[in-house]
Design a protein around this ligand. Sequence first.
Ligand SMILES: C[S@@+](CC[C@H](N)C(=O)[O-])C[C@H]1O[C@@H](n2cnc3c(N)ncnc32)[C@H](O)[C@@H]1O
Length: 253
Amino acid sequence: MYAPSVAGNSKIKGKITMDNIIKIFPLISLMISKLGIENKIVYSKSFCNKNKKLKDAIRLKKLFDFYGSDKSKLHDYHLIYSSIFKNSNKVKKILEIGIGTNDTLMLSNMGKFGKPGASLKAYRDYFKKSRIYGADIDKKILFKDKRILTKYVDQTDHQSIRKLFKSYGDRFDLIVDDGLHSHIANLNLFIHSLKFLKKGGCFVIEDISLKSKTIWLTISTILSFKHKCFLIKCKRSYVFFFTNRIWRDGRVV
Ligand SMILES: C[S@@+](CC[C@H](N)C(=O)[O-])C[C@H]1O[C@@H](n2cnc3c(N)ncnc32)[C@H](O)[C@@H]1O
């Protein structure tokens, strides 16, 4: 797919193949901007420019910190989740991939002192009327708690994602990808999530590295021809945001 379709020296062909892989997205991104197609990046701080929103954000930050999630300590994701919904009490169903394993042999673990379920508990306390669903590849950390249910999933495996959605049934107001943090796993989940987003639901991918900006900028530019979709520049990463809802003044209405 990435190799030049020519005969010749295999070493040089190999080098050009590597170049193609590394440069394809930066070049597509450059082409998009040269053609004047808008690919907007918004800043996480712009989500909380009003007093009331800021108060909500601080309340959510306290919950993330209390339960031991890094969503506010390392990142500034509380600014986003506290403000994308007009009324947090109307949010009824949230799904997050990535419960937060403390098994340091697992990919994307939270370290040996990590607290599995931290973000799920914070969502439960913040979105007071919502059921919270979690899923993770590490079966050791699955748990049940008040308004929280968790199940197994491997987001690199289509079959596993389909099975998860089938078992949870129904549609979600918010689906968060805080799992493996690899593009293929992100896209697998996103593709299967579309059918399970409520009308007006939001889909978020966290922790997109600054280096991967052009991949996700390209994807959001394509999707934004039909949907509300953009990248959010956060404290130390990008967040991919998608909604099929009406979007006004920086929030879902
Ligand atoms: C960063 S942690 C989640 C932290 C948690 N959301 C929080 O804020 O407290 C990422 C989680 O993704 C899980 N994970 C890694 N690979 C996965 C995969 N292929 N499918 C599903 N989950 C995976 C890890 O086991 C880990 O628990």
